[in-house]
Design a protein around this ligand. Structure first.
Ligand code: COI
Length: 340
């Protein structure tokens, strides 16, 4: 736990609401008591499958205090669908969408009083762990598990608020394996950690953009976009990287705002040429839309535009935030109003 209780000064994700929801999966069924309980530790067998063989995944979504004082979860059903997909891709039985939805809503309602005012929010972390107790089950999925939802009052993901980020482009080491790319699994973050720490140490950057063999994908904790006054460009989806919900929202909003939207391969050479006139940003639930001021390739530092957050980036960020906090019309049914 953090020493401060202020979400704007505590590290992102280090504060917690005092309630959580838990469902237990065994004998082919998920069982939930029907209400949130206290936020507390689990007692787990040392042979628990998730400890040894990575049978775990999670989601990240947010509830936002609305301008009218109510509370809304952003794109709840899309996160439910992605989490069910992650569990299925880990070859375990996903819960019914309705159950997962209920676990999330109940957790948010029970922790609603922890929600900071915008630009803060309540970060929601549904998590699944396989609990089979067998250290021999390396080539078998867990047939039991725990699905739980915890909530964390948060401010900005990147220290220092909206500021131009510095990004190192990694062309050798991939972020993760292609077959794991779409699973929101801790293993992917563990694999990205080495190259990220090395780049932070050697080049003093904030994040690493993975561009294995020169083909730009994502940074590990967020998707990557190029934008100028006319066009918004991002890598087309495939199984090798996470299908960001914020990425999808950004594409929809940009098209509504009149940008020409391109989802396609983005070669590194294009990024270099783009830097002369255009902007770049990261997108993610945690990152929201975060401007990139500089890219580092090898020892070369390349400034994007004048190095400051670009106008188009900030315009898109505002459009997204306005929908999240209920300051703009919810044309696509992205907000789920909950009690609290
Ligand atoms: C999110 O944006 O929700 C993420 O999963 C990023 C996480 C590493 C904090």
């Amino acid at each position: 736990m953090s020493e401060t209780t202020d979400p704007f000064s505590a590290p992102f994700g280090s504060l917690f609401g005092d309630r959580m929801t838990v469902a237990v999966w065994n004998d082919g069924e998920y069982r939930y008591s029907g209400q949130a309980g206290p936020f507390e530790n689990f007692s787990l067998h040392p042979a628990t499958h998730a400890f040894h063989y990575g049978s775990t995944c999670f989601e990240g979504l947010k509830a936002h205090r609305q301008v009218d004082g109510s509370l809304a979860i952003f794109r709840l059903d899309d996160h439910v669908a992605r989490m069910r997909q992650s569990i299925t891709k880990l070859r375990m039985q996903a819960p019914e969408a309705e159950l997962l939805r209920t676990l999330i809503v109940d957790a948010v309602e029970a922790n609603a009083s922890f929600t900071p005012e915008p630009p803060g929010s309540l970060y929601i972390r549904p998590t699944f762990i396989g609990t089979l107790e067998n250290i021999g089950a390396a080539a078998a999925p867990s047939d039991s598990g725990i699905l739980f939802v915890i909530c964390s009052p948060v401010g900005d993901y990147f220290k220092g608020g909206i500021r131009p980020l510095s990004i190192y482009v990694e062309t050798e080491t991939p972020r993760t394996t292609p077959q794991f790319g779409m699973i929101k699994s801790g293993a992917n973050y563990a694999m990205a950690l080495g190259p990220t720490l090395d780049a932070k140490r050697d080049h003093t950057v904030d994040q690493v953009l993975f561009a294995t063999g020169g083909d730009i994908t994502e940074t590990g904790a967020s998707n990557f976009f190029l934008v100028d006054d006319q066009r918004l460009i991002t890598r087309n989806l495939d199984e090798s990287f996470l299908h960001g919900v914020t990425r999808a929202s950004t594409l929809t909003l940009a098209a509504d705002m009149g940008y020409t939207v391109e989802e396609r391969k983005v070669p590194l050479q294009e990024l270099l040429a783009w830097a002369e006139h255009g902007e770049a940003f990261l997108s993610g639930t945690a990152a929201v839309i975060a401007p990139v001021g500089e890219i580092v390739i090898g020892d070369e530092h390349i400034e994007l535009g004048d190095g400051r957050p670009g106008e188009n980036t900030l315009k898109l960020r505002q459009a997204l935030v306005d929908i999240q906090i209920g300051a703009a019309e919810d044309r696509y049914g992205w907000r789920t109003i909950v009690a609290g």
